[in-house]
Design a protein around this ligand. Sequence first.
Ligand code: ZN
Length: 406
Amino acid sequence: MPPVIYRALWVVPVTSPVIADGAVLVHDGRIQDIGPWQDIQSKYSDVLVREIVDVLMPGLVNAHMHLELSVFGVTEPEKKESTMCDWIRALLKKRMAAPYTDAEILAAAELAALDQYESGVVLLLDTGNSQLSDFSPSAKTPEIISLLEMLGPSKKAAQIAMKALNAMPTDCAVTGHAPYSTAPELLQYIKNDSRTKNTIFSLHVAENPDEALLLTHGKGCFVDFLKERDAFDGTFPITKSESVIEYLHDSNLLDANTICVHCVHVDTNEIDILAESGSHVCLCPQSNKFLNVGEAPLYKFLDYSILPCLGTDSITSNPVPDMWQEMALLSQRNHGVDAATILRMATLGGARAMQRESDYGSLENGRSANFLLIQDKNLNYVQSEQELLSALIHMGRPGSIERACE
Ligand SMILES: [Zn+2]
């Protein structure tokens, strides 16, 4: 492919200031140069120039989703004001009823992946309890990193899961579900496997306050939930730990390849441990709102120099799994956090957490040409960098999103 120059009214590199009337030179699928249009034009006067668009920016990175759950649609707990355990019960009831064939589950997952692509997601971390082995991503699918999610809250269930893990092919990347659903020895076993394979270890963490209650005191809604499944066998509480994050730290589960998803109920001591460990944090504001579990302390993460990434979670707990909506809600709920930071979370934060910063997350020389060309009527009246960034995070999905690499 010959080199091409993409020109825009605004270029948003994310890791450096916005460039008004900027341009990006692409060759061989990579960004070769970036700068003001005048500079790029004079350096590469013989290179083809694409039509001018409103904005060039990195693709979005959705760091938490469950494609296999797409077929179930939005799942409400049976009664209002119910706990997160009631929502899990409602979801399990749907899954146990097994009203859908594998082909239907697959078709819904493929549609959800297409929707993510169309929204501008270039990289997606998907976790599922089964392997969608026939999943055949079309060209219009984000790059997907798939993790097989295992759980087993009792000693017996943990043994069964460990045996299953041993029988898996060596190229299967495995992760744990959550501290409340996965016994300590199983979490450590999975993390060791993940370390050997150098894969991402993504865990639901501190999504609701009952998780800490279970771990530290053997109380809260998860006790009944586990008892109903004959899985409350003395594994919990884990008496030597005083908080969820301390427990993960004491269990040697936190490092730069770990993504702690949700982190709604964590205090400053826990955030300090997370920051020290180099672990990543993924926030899912729309899912947290839907399940009414509270809001993650974004200001505190930023205070501790943690740049969280963003995830939509699945449609079962998020009626509109769309990263533009996640940014808008996060901004509404955290007025003091600037638009540039929220955009960094949705791009660079995810690329870092998934160890893919060399390809995605910013517009810089050497990065992938898989970045976004955006047009939207809401951008017509933008006059400054601040107005632009604010419009980008508040306007929802833009009217037109193309890819430079197409
Ligand atoms: Zn999830």
